[in-house]
Design a binder for this molecule. Sequence first.
Ligand SMILES: [Zn+2]
Ligand SMILES: [Zn+2]
Ligand SMILES: [Zn+2]
Length: 198
Amino acid sequence: MRLKRPKWYLENVKPLENHPWTDTEKLAVFALRDEEDLPAKRVAKIFGVTKTQVYNVTRLIRRSKNKECFICGNLLTPKEKRKQKGRLVKACDSCKDEKREYKRKRRKRLLKKGLCPYCEKRKVVAGKKGCTLCLSATHRRRMQMGLCGQCGKRPIDKKSEALCTICLGINRKRTSAQRKLNKTKDKVCNKTGKSSKK
Ligand SMILES: [Zn+2]
Ligand SMILES: [Zn+2]
Ligand SMILES: [Zn+2]
């Protein structure tokens, strides 16, 4: 039997493989599993994902509808709920701490190996904390939000197109230091290695 054409919740759904789920997609999976009672295999096929992913997303949304932490399944306290207002899936404080710690460690481990912590594949640019592609993507995303492309923390300076006041200062210092270094290099003779200054 062929599946009827997707309903409202299947519009805007793109096939995903290693693609972060949007809220619409998560709700769509849940609707198909819970309201329409479709087998997980069928839902997986519609979304182009594995059955496990369908089970995981369904559990996620079920927990969020029950007002539970999406990681451990414990009931959320009113305070925890308030803190993450507007989020489709919420986590309890202890799970959030654990997640943060795990992410921090993984990032550190990858950087130590010289790998980009975002894509976990490409090499980091010397002196930076990501690969060329991920850095430019992050840069772009930050600037779209009106934030400094370098630190992502502060708003863009009025005089600049991409950076905040503090990062502008940092860069200025760095360039002037680099310039000084280059100047001293110029004065050293290539053959003898001695300074040409008398
Ligand atoms: Zn939890
Ligand atoms: Zn990367
Ligand atoms: Zn900045």
